[in-house]
Write a protein that binds this ligand. Structure first.
Ligand code: NAD
Length: 482
């Protein structure tokens, strides 16, 4: 149970204006493990006012001083990494071993953006001989960062560092089914950063997220979450102003396997690409395995064995390979997709049910699930589940593989497996996705822009472009009189 209970507004640890709370539920046990303030539009207004007051001075201290402050923030986060990790694992249901990387990744990203301080530069352009033409970058001022439930502390740190480095003050809205780590982060940021530069307002999407998006002084909104919420945010933002909105949304990502690869390598990689260690709840999961027909039987047989062997269990147990689904709502959604897939004729090959036995009496558990004979007309082939369900589809020609890969509304990641350079590069160029792996799957690489085509989003994060997206360009033209 975390002792931290308050959010951070204007450098003060505060309860909500309403005095109301939301219980934090451990998805592995359904027990309450803490509580956090149920913020509302009054808390949002306070946070925006605090950020508005803080950013000019934060911007005014200059890039080197901001970079130093951010590095100190990173050190302070690392000093409480174990505590953050434990709370995060209990609150999300994700397994502990890979989650160790989340806090580290957040701090690495803070240091990366601190290192890019001097890239906040403009250009000089020889537009005319009688003038000096150049550009400078200025921060938006107040930035809203809305975070999903799968990696809350990582997104609240890694994905605010660019905005802070660029001279903005941020307001973080954590996910209401995993907000506890944000309360610890509130304590850390209060000590490490000037008041009002980093604010956290907890609560629901309707209670905090929507008022934040609609606040006229919030001109820059950065969102990671579902397509439906992303579309709602674009609409809501436009109600009160012309705003810069970036969206990192869902995926229904293809892993395209050509006939010339080792089937055993594919079995291992298809499982890795599903991110079962956080129950498949990853935007980048390759949840559609597109197998050439010649490999289908061997790969599917191997997948059944491997998926049935996955150890589902207590997320805090180092031996667990998969934990609990994050919330009751998400659990119901996953079970519903399993029923829909069966009803539409997909062949259930593994999982598809709750695990049985001691430890699983309560909690939002689902065995990792494999469906074969999936066809394009099925919902499971088109819609993001954001859960532990892998769908396998069969193809016979290159064109058919690309048609299947590109048949969905989403386009976040894609993974292509072949030793043939024409197939590899031909498929990579034609697949409609923002992040493509060839002969690998899963990792995000430092400084490489991440983001989606189609309904998977707009904007790019994780690289230089993310930091620059938190600035506006100003053009200066100086007449040369001598
Ligand atoms: P969600 O859209 O339900 O919620 C995300 C956040 O938005 C939460 O903090 C929520 O409270 C807030 N929110 C909800 N309604 C809102 C509203 N009307 N106005 C403002 N904010 C609102 O998403 P989720 O279920 O938490 O996360 C899962 C989704 O996130 C999946 O679709 C997944 O693919 C996506 N995701 C994308 C990336 C990426 O980088 N592309 C990374 C992780 C997750």
């Amino acid at each position: 149970m975390t002792q931290a209970t308050r959010m951070l507004i204007g450098g003060e640890l505060v309860e909500s204006e309403s005095g109301e709370w939301i219980e934090a539920i451990n998805p592995a046990t359904e027990e309450a493990i803490g509580k956090f303030p149920a913020g509302n539009e009054r808390d949002v207004a306070k946070a925006v006012a605090a950020a508005e007051q803080a950013w000019p001075e934060w911007n005014g201290i200059g890039v080197a001083a901001r970079a130093n402050a951010l590095r100190d923030f990173g050190k302070a986060i690392l000093a409480r990494a174990d505590e953050l990790l434990e709370v995060e694992v209990r609150d999300t249901g994700n397994t502990i071993v890979p989650m160790r990387g989340d806090v580290k990744h957040g701090v690495d990203s803070i240091n990366y953006y601190a290192g890019l301080a001097y890239e906040l530069k403009g250009e000089s352009i020889p537009a005319t001989p009688n003038n000096l033409h150049f550009t400078v970058r200025e921060p938006y001022g107040v930035v809203a960062r809305i975070v999903p439930f799968n990696h809350p502390v990582m997104f609240a740190t890694a994905r605010t560092a660019g905005a802070l480095m660029a001279g903005n003050a941020v307001i973080v809205k954590p996910p209401e089914t995993a907000s506890l780590s944000a309360l610890i982060l509130s304590e850390i940021a209060r000590e490490a950063l000037p008041p009002g530069v980093f604010n956290i307002v907890t609560g629901t999407g309707a209670g905090v997220g929507a008022p934040l998006v609609k606040h006229p002084q919030v001109k820059r909104i950065a969102f990671i979450g579902s397509v439906g919420t992303g579309m709602a945010i674009q609409r809501m933002a436009a109600e009160t102003g012309v705003k810069n909105v970036t969206l990192e949304l869902g995926g229904k990502n293809p892993m395209i396997v050509f006939p010339d690869v080792d089937p055993q390598a594919i079995i291992a990689s298809a499982v890795a690409g599903m991110n079962f260690s956080w129950q498949g709840q990853s935007c980048g999961s390759t949840s559609r395995l597109l197998l050439h027909e010649s490999l289908y039987d061997e790969v599917v047989a191997g997948l059944v064995d491997r998926i049935e062997a996955i150890r589902v269990g207590d997320p805090m147990d180092e031996a667990s390979q998969m934990g609990a689904i994050n919330s009751k709502g998400q659990y119901d959604k996953v079970l519903n997709y399993i029923e829909v897939a069966k009803a539409q004729g997909a062949k259930l090959l593994a999982g598809g049910h709750r695990p049985v036995g001691a430890g699983f009496e309560k909690g939002f558990w689902v065995r990792p699930t494999l469906f074969g004979d999936v066809t394009q007309d099925m919902r499971i082939a088109n819609e993001e589940v954001f859960g532990p369900i892998l769908s396998v589809m069969k193809w016979s020609t290159f064109e058919q593989a690309l048609d299947i890969a590109n048949a969905v509304d989403l386009g976040l990641t894609a993974s292509i497996w072949t030793n043939d350079i024409d197939n590899a590069l031909g498929a990579a160029r034609r697949v409609q996705a923002g992040y493509v792996w060839i002969n690998s799957v899963g990792p995000h690489y430092p400084a490489m822009n991440y983001g989606g085509f189609k309904n998977s989003g707009t904007g790019r994060e994780e690289g230089l472009e993310e930091m620059l997206s938190y600035t506006e360009q100003k053009v200066l033209n100086i007449a040369l009189r001598k």
